[in-house]
Design a protein around this ligand. Structure first.
Ligand SMILES: [Zn+2]
Length: 144
C-alpha cells in the first residue's frame, strides 16, 4: 500500500506540472521574452520524458515487467511475430473500463483489479489530456 500511495502522490504532483500542457485540441501560443528582449510566441509540447525503466512504468501507469512499447505478454517472448503497439489511450481506456466495472472499489480493490490487466493501480494519471501519446514520449535514460 505505501508504494501505491507513493505512485498516486507522484501523479498528483506531476499533474500540477503538466496540467497547463493539457488541452483538448492544439495548444495555445504563449508569449515569452527571448534573451534579446524580443517577444515571441511559443507552443509548449511534451516531446520527451527521459526516465529509467522503473520510472517509465510509474509514469505510464503500468505494472512492472509490462512492455511500454507493445502489448506483448511474457508467454509471447521469443516468438517471431511482432505485437501490437501499446498506446497511452489504451492504458486510459483500460482504467476507465475497470472504473466502470467496479465503481464502488476502494483504492486497494482498484489496485488489485488493475494488476490483473497489467496496470499499476493509479486511477488518475498525470499525463491524461496531453496531446501526445505517453508511450511515444517516454525515452530510456541511457545513463541508468
Ligand atoms: Zn514490447
Amino acid at each position: 500500500m505505501p508504494g501505491l500511495l507513493q505512485s498516486i502522490l507522484f501523479h498528483q504532483c506531476m499533474w500540477i506540472v503538466l496540467g497547463p500542457l493539457c488541452t483538448t485540441s492544439m495548444p495555445w501560443p504563449h508569449i515569452v521574452i527571448d534573451p534579446l528582449g524580443n517577444f515571441c510566441q511559443c507552443l509548449f509540447f511534451l516531446v520527451s520524458w527521459i526516465a529509467d525503466l522503473k520510472e517509465q512504468w510509474l509514469i505510464a501507469g503500468l505494472a512492472q515487467s509490462v512492455c511500454l512499447k507493445c502489448i506483448t505478454v511474457t508467454t509471447d517472448f521469443g516468438k517471431p511475430h511482432t505485437c501490437e503497439k501499446r498506446l497511452g489511450q489504451s492504458i486510459l481506456e483500460s482504467l476507465k473500463q475497470i472504473q466502470c466495472w467496479y465503481p464502488m472499489a476502494d483504492t486497494w480493490q482498484f489496485f488489485l483489479k488493475s494488476k490483473e490487466v497489467g496496470l499499476s493501480g493509479v486511477e488518475d494519471l498525470c499525463w491524461e489530456g496531453l496531446v501526445v501519446d505517453i508511450c511515444d514520449v517516454l525515452c530510456v535514460d541511457v545513463l541508468h
